[in-house]
Design a protein around this ligand. Structure first.
Ligand code: AMP
Length: 273
């Protein structure tokens, strides 16, 4: 992979990279299309990264379909699919971990304490292997985008990180490979996440800045449906993820962040207001 990428760079090509865990959907395809529009060589990586899953999580049952992924990536304009195995990425003796502080601590960091070390380590490796000029990530994983930006800034890595908008199903549910885990009944219920985000957005736009009020509306909207457990339903500063004890300042950007569990499936979503 790295030899191919270095040759392309020496040939003057701009390399765009879309890191994924596969089981591609139109959210991934939108990143590939964006990479296509900004690059000469588009590389999509498919790697279900064991380092970013805790032992109790869904690593072994994470959905996989390489044949279908190949077709979707190709149609979206991908030139090269890079699909390494865990043994190739982490051969015996592999002993490195990249650990980013600060922005990794709240929200996902509370519920998945080892997750972002795994993400930072694999992203550093994938960007180096693919020699990415630009790497494309989805806003769907808002905190992950902040972690990746921090990674390249703190380690002076020469990659531009491009954040692309969240793609949604017609009823508002954010596209996710994990949506296939949902039963038909829970698939219908899951639309309440986007409804909660929109309700809180309306409240903020009407002038509400008290964090407790905003977060209460998020939680109440979700819990009006049965079967949900909330990991967090939060409002935070969109640049720092800090949470004011009382109220946001009038001009402060606010990100609404949700992580819930429904019938054994964990779903996340967010909205920047
Ligand atoms: P994943 O395969 O879930 O690790 O996601 C790979 C990349 O696709 C990440 O940068 C995600 O943020 C992005 N992504 C996932 N779902 C969506 C979506 N619904 N819209 C836009 N980007 C997405």
């Amino acid at each position: 992979m790295q030899r191919l990428a270095l040759d392309a760079r020496r040939g003057g090509k701009r390399i765009g990279v879309v890191p994924t865990m596969g089981f591609l959907h139109d959210g991934h395809a939108s990143l590939i299309r964006e990479a296509r529009s900004q690059s000469d060589l588009v590389i999509t990586t498919i790697f279900v990264n064991p380092l970013q899953f805790a032992p109790n999580e869904d690593f072994s049952r994470y959905p996989r379909d390489l044949e279908r992924d190949t077709r979707i990536a190709d149609e979206a304009g991908c030139d090269v699919l890079f699909t390494p195995t865990p043994e190739e990425m982490y051969p015996p003796g592999f002993d490195a971990t990249i650990s980013i502080g600060g922005v990794t601590a709240p929200f996902e960091g509370v519920f998945r304490p080892t997750h972002y070390d795994g993400v930072a380590t694999v992203v550093a490796k994938l960007l180096t292997l693919t020699q990415a000029d630009k790497a494309f990530f989805g806003q769907k994983d808002y905190q992950q985008c902040m972690v990746v930006k921090k990674l390249v800034r703190d380690l002076s890595m020469p990659h531009d990180i491009i954040v692309c908008p969240t793609q949604r199903e017609a009823d508002g549910l954010a596209m996710s490979s994990r949506n296939v885990y949902l039963s038909p009944e829970n698939r219908t219920k899951a639309t309440v996440l986007h409804k909660a985000l929109q309700a809180a957005q309306t409240l903020i736009r009407a002038g509400e800045r008290r964090r407790a009020r905003i977060e209460a509306l998020l939680s109440e909207t979700i819990l009006a449906e049965s079967g949900f457990t909330i990991d967090y339903a939060a409002a935070a500063d969109s640049m720092t993820l800090e949470q004011p004890s009382e109220a946001f300042a009038q001009e402060q950007g606010i990100v609404l962040l949700l992580a819930v569990r429904l019938g054994g499936t964990r779903l996340i979503d967010n909205l920047v207001v």
